[in-house]
Design a protein. Structure first.
Length: 610
């Protein structure tokens, strides 16, 4: 009888596992703008290598698809070849015996249907469309088009004021974004091919924390044009900033006592200290912007009057209303709307949750803010209820982790059914209906559905509803088209059938991120300027340090550290600590300077992305 032995990976298996990890990193670092035909061929080969080859669709069909895609890249294909690729992929998808073959064909089919123009360009001209204007991944994925490699190089050179000046060319909220930006720029950072993405957001915060310059750039000569901006949040103030730099006279109207919108009334101080927000707003207003706070359109001034008094109007009212659950018991005492709760705290009216059991309903960043805020208000326990899985939550991963580390319990796959109250109308429990994850929906996310389990009772004293935000567009319905609560505007922010009204940000798209609001304001400013007959271009006289010609060995990513938990629970002081100078220097040295190397060398200069 032969003896069994413990299996240990041999050298070959160890190398294969290492190669797999390398491939995973490279796939995750694939930026937009890569040739879709070449990408489809690479994925197809990867999938084909994993099939068993027993069925004809996989053994012969995938091989035939590979040859057809190769002919497109070799410029030996014809227009009929593209039709044959689509037909072949569809047949394989319908007849393959296993999901590997099916998915490989489906991927090719989606590509040839979605990027048909690129396939035709290869056939007719021997090249891709090259439709991406910005081949540097981080810049391409930044909605505002900030020159990220440029300011990282400036921070590395200890030129912090210049770094912030360069950021402000495209984003007038550098400090705010350094603290709360969702950093989409890091999603396809090519540094992930080596180890991990550069901590771009952390570097931005370091630059802003160490910059000393407070002098705004000079404005262009006055145009004599007057522009009204309705809404003093990130989108409205961004538009106002750029329009003011262009020489237009800008007047901002906001219904709250202070400017900032959801930055002030929706983001707790432990994430974004008020003085940091005030610093960015003060810089923006120093360009000569006139402000009217505590002014509500439709109550204090009619929108028609604004239209008559100004040469252009930009509506950036944001999304400040809460959405309802629509369940029994939602009007009970102890039920709070998350946005209203955060707004009250921002205005100095914080409730006392000491000793209370709190349930938060929702899985976005607002729900995490509400969760962590409840802990700081003295709650005995905080439970976050979400109808999908934790992996499906839209909140940032670090926000979820921080909430859990501070004591929040997350109950996934639980949908609120009704709220139980006592004879006095006070909340006593939240009843939920257990869910099971199911098929994928049109949004690319797996849908939850009711599980065959009884309702689940969660005893609690407070229920905070954080399932989304709505838009109060009623004051504008007589002038601008409003569909499903959203103002209808074109991609250039112009509102159809109006003489000079523009709209953007959350009021048009629905609730989004800070950087997307900034980008919307930037685009609107450029289009309003053009609408008025001008073509101003925002520039900055900052010389970018040359790229270092050096190897970049693998190096761990610097993560921002949190203050000790014991120091954070009962106060709203800033939780995350910024980088030290040593950490900032190490992190900036990890940047591969894709604006000078690789595909990024084909960039067309440092112009604003409008």
């Amino acid at each position: 009888m032969s003896r069994l032995s413990i299996e240990t990976p041999g050298r070959a298996q160890t190398v294969v596992e290492s190669l797999y990890r390398d491939v995973e990193r490279r796939l995750s670092a694939s930026p937009p703008g890569l040739c879709p035909v070449d990408m489809a061929l690479s994925f197809l080969r990867l999938c084909h290598a994993q099939t068993c080859g027993k069925c004809v669709p996989c053994r012969i069909g995938l091989g035939q698809l590979t040859s057809l895609l190769e002919s497109v890249l070799d410029s030996t294909a014809t227009v009929e070849t593209i039709d044959l690729i689509e037909k072949t992929a569809r047949v394989i998808q319908d007849t393959a015996d296993c999901a590997i073959g099916y998915e490989a064909a489906r991927m090719v089919l989606q590509g040839v249907q979605g990027f048909r123009e690129d396939y035709l360009s290869h056939v007719e001209h021997g090249r891709c469309l090259f439709g991406l204007n910005q081949p540097v991944p981080c810049v391409a994925l930044c909605p505002a088009g900030v020159d990220i490699p440029g300011y990282i190089a400036l921070v590395r050179a200890h030129r912090y004021d210049d770094a912030v000046r360069l950021i402000r060319k495209d984003n007038p909220f550098p400090t705010v974004c350094g603290y709360v930006c969702e950093h989409p720029c890091e999603a396809r950072c090519r540094r992930r091919m080596v180890d991990d993405a550069v901590n771009i957001c952390g570097i931005k915060r370091f630059a802003c924390d160490h910059a000393t310059g407070k002098t705004p750039p000079p404005c262009a000569p006055s145009t004599g044009k007057r522009i009204a901006v309705i809404g003093g949040g990130p989108g409205g103030l961004s538009a106002a900033y750029f329009l003011s730099l262009m020489g237009h006279q800008v007047v901002v109207y906001d219904q709250r006592p202070q400017l900032g919108g959801m930055l002030r009334y929706g983001i707790p101080d432990y994430r974004l200290p008020q003085e940091k927000l005030d610093a960015d707003i003060s810089f923006i207003l120093s360009t000569g912007i006139e402000v009217h706070t505590d002014t509500s359109i439709g109550r204090d001034i009619a929108f028609s009057d604004i239209e008559e008094q100004f040469d252009a109007v930009y509506i950036a009212i944001g999304a400040h209303n809460d959405k309802k659950l629509g369940i029994e018991g939602e009007d009970s005492q102890g039920v709070y709307a998350a946005v209203q709760l955060l707004r009250d705290i921002g205005e100095g009216r914080a409730p006392d949750f000491k000793g209370k059991r709190v349930c938060v309903v929702g899985g976005g960043n607002v729900s995490m803010d509400a969760t962590r805020t409840a802990i700081r208000l003295g709650a005995e326990s905080v439970t976050c209820i979400y109808r999908r899985r934790v992996a499906d939550m839209t909140a940032l991963a670090e926000e979820i982790e921080d909430a859990q580390s501070e004591g929040c319990q997350i109950l996934p796959l639980q949908a609120p059914d009704h709220i139980e109250a006592d004879e006095n109308g006070h909340v006593t429990a939240l009843w939920t209906r257990p869910q099971i994850i199911s098929e994928y929906g049109s949004d690319g996310r797996p849908r939850p559905k009711n599980a065959r389990e009884p309702l689940f009772r969660i005893p609690c004293d407070i229920v905070i509803v954080a399932i989304g935000q709505a838009i109060d567009a009623k004051p504008f319905e007589q002038v601008t088209p409003v569909v499903r609560g959203k103002i209808q505007a074109e991609s250039d922010a112009f509102v159809p059938n109006t003489p000079h009204v523009f709209a953007g940000g959350d009021a048009v798209t629905g609730p989004a991120t800070v950087i997307r609001a900034v980008a919307a304001g930037k685009v609107a400013a450029a289009n309003i300027d053009q609408h008025l007959g001008y073509h101003h271009v925002i520039t900055v006289d900052v010389d970018i340090p040359p790229a270092h010609l050096t190897n970049s060995p693998a190096c761990g990513r610097v993560e921002l550290k949190n203050r000790p938990l014991a120091e954070c629970i009962d106060n709203f002081e800033l939780v995350k600590c910024g980088m030290t100078e040593e950490e900032a220097q190490q992190e900036t040295s990890r940047c591969l300077r894709c604006d000078h190397f690789g595909y990024g060398i084909f960039k067309g200069g440092r112009t604003s992305k409008w």
